[in-house]
Design a protein around this ligand. Structure first.
Ligand code: BGP
Length: 486
């Protein structure tokens, strides 16, 4: 095996999906707090009061608050994120379990609205700062390096209501204030930071036939996030030159379904729009040549200042990190053999099998992705999400035999091993949802990823008790043997 002795084995979670405690200790509401539960077949909804004072719900994906409306929580709806798995009150117990598995790194996110409840206060919320200080200290004491996502989909709700979804330049200075606070506060406790989780989702999950207006908003949203990210890198390095600050891209490996040159070109453009556009700006510090083509396609005209371009240039990231769950096959041909499930838009690849949620199981796609992005950026890489969302069965004696999950990880780790063997500088692997948590895409608990089971169910019941699945013992051995014992 090729993993270096200081390879960061670990796992990952996000505040909005695990913390719960959504309205305690001065935390403000976040965008994710107005999202109801869904299932693989029914979308998550966003709840709000319309301009006539009526209760309304609309699908989360592509949601835009209508004129004169404001967000609201309705008592008769279930909001799984409100409880999460109550990591807020269980973090000591959870970190002890991660330590037992031998974790070297734990990826988690800070909830912006715990630090600045509406995003616009001048002073941060002390209780929020204390919570993360306690968590990071607990991790350090357990010998686990924190990897901190600064934004994981949970913009303070007050900002979103006032300025839309990153549709205002004001966001840049508010994000700067937030990152300055946390970079100073956690100096010496945290070294690795990620500016925006899956930043490319904004453009990648927009359907090709969306309106010009939707594309205009998506590209503008991204531009403000790019500048905010670049400012964060500069601020972070000024506060602590040792800070390692990364981008985080939703990594999907796209394949052309046929050898028709139209498909080959379509596939190339898919990579450019969906994957490279964000990585290129964040790693190379400038918009790529093909950006002009992408903007022109939808008559996009962006608010970009000369100073913004300077910021992008000066704020390139130190690391390229990404999530990887699946590949997708795409074609320009009419093809009815599509895959249903959440976030899987592709046509069926006859050479692959699919998860219960319709995600293509493709470990080789991970190696392909690693090779492509390393060649392009030559930056240290981390796979910061990877995993199998599956139904788990608790046996009478409490055991959980999740061999399917073990097989999934084994196959992906083997491909990472090959990539390292080739010379790719892969420095870490944090598996997604190492403790069961609420699904971001569907809001379900039954879509479980963890090595650690949490007794929490989709109807809101459960004791929150933690228990170890078979994969817990397996991953412990993998880490102990530094990837030898698979
Ligand atoms: C990524 C997100 C995570 C996460 C994961 C799995 O898109 O960064 O927050 O949840 O996907 O997706 P899901 O929860 O829909 O299974």
């Amino acid at each position: 095996m090729t993993f270096s002795k200081d390879f960061y084995w670990g796992g990952a979670v996000a505040a909005n999906q695990c913390e719960g405690a959504w309205n305690v200790d001065g935390r403000g509401m976040a965008r994710t707090d107005v999202t109801t539960g869904g299932t693989v077949n029914t979308p998550r909804m966003v709840t709000f009061i319309d301009k006539d004072g009526q209760k309304q719900k609309l699908p989360n994906h592509g949601f835009k608050l209508p004129e004169g409306a404001h967000f609201a929580v309705f008592d008769d709806e279930l909001y799984p994120n409100h409880d999460g798995i109550d990591f807020y009150h269980h973090y000591k117990e959870d970190i002890a379990l991660l330590k037992e598995m031998g974790f070297k790194m734990f990826r988690l996110s800070i909830s912006w609205s715990r630090i600045y409840p509406t995003g616009e206060e001048t002073e941060p919320n002390q209780a929020g700062l204390d919570f993360y200080r306690n968590v990071f200290t607990e991790l350090r004491n357990a010998g686990i390096e924190p990897l901190v996502s600064i934004w994981h989909f949970d913009t303070p709700l007050a900002l979103e209501e006032k300025y839309g979804d990153w549709q205002d330049r004001k966001y840049i200075e508010l994000y700067e204030k937030y990152v300055t606070t946390i970079f100073k506060e956690y100096k010496g406790l945290v070294k690795y930071w990620l500016t925006f989780n899956e930043i490319n989702n904004t453009i990648n999950f927009l359907p090709d036939d969306a309106s010009d207006e939707a594309f205009q908003e998506a590209y503008q949203h991204l531009h403000y996030q790019f500048v905010a990210s670049a400012r964060a890198v500069q601020i972070g390095h000024a506060i602590d030159p040792d800070y390692q600050i990364g981008c985080m891209i939703c990594g999907i490996t796209y394949y052309p379904l046929t050898s028709d040159p139209e498909d080959i070109l379509f596939n190339r453009y898919k990579w450019e729009k969906g994957i490279f556009y964000c990585g290129d700006v964040q790693c190379k510090g400038k918009y790529p040549t093909y950006a002009k083509r992408l903007w022109k396609e939808h008559n996009v005209e962006l608010d970009i200042t000369e100073q913004d371009l300077v910021e992008l240039k000066n704020g390139t990231v130190d690391l390229y990190t990404f999530s990887y769950y699946m590949s997708q096959s795409i074609t320009t041909h009419k093809n009815e053999d599509t895959v249903s499930g959440n976030m899987s838009f592709g046509v069926r690849n006859p050479y692959l099998t699919y998860s219960d949620w319709g995600w293509a199981l493709d470990p080789q796609g991970l190696r392909y992705y690693l090779e492509v992005v390393y060649d392009r950026y030559e930056l240290p890489l981390m796979v910061v999400e990877n995993g199998l969302g599956a139904f788990d069965t608790v046996e009478e004696d409490g055991s959980i035999h999740d061999d399917y999950r073990i097989d999934y990880y084994r196959a992906h780790i083997k491909e990472m091993d090959k990539a390292i063997e080739e010379g790719i500088d892969l420095i870490g692997y944090t598996t997604w949802g190492c403790i069961d948590l609420v699904s971001a895409g569907t809001g379900e608990m039954r879509k479980r990823y963890g090595f650690i089971y949490v007794d929490k169910h989709d109807d809101g019941t459960g004791t929150m008790k933690r228990s170890k699945k078979d994969s817990f013992y397996w991953y412990k051995k993998v880490i102990e043997s530094n990837g030898e014992n698979l």
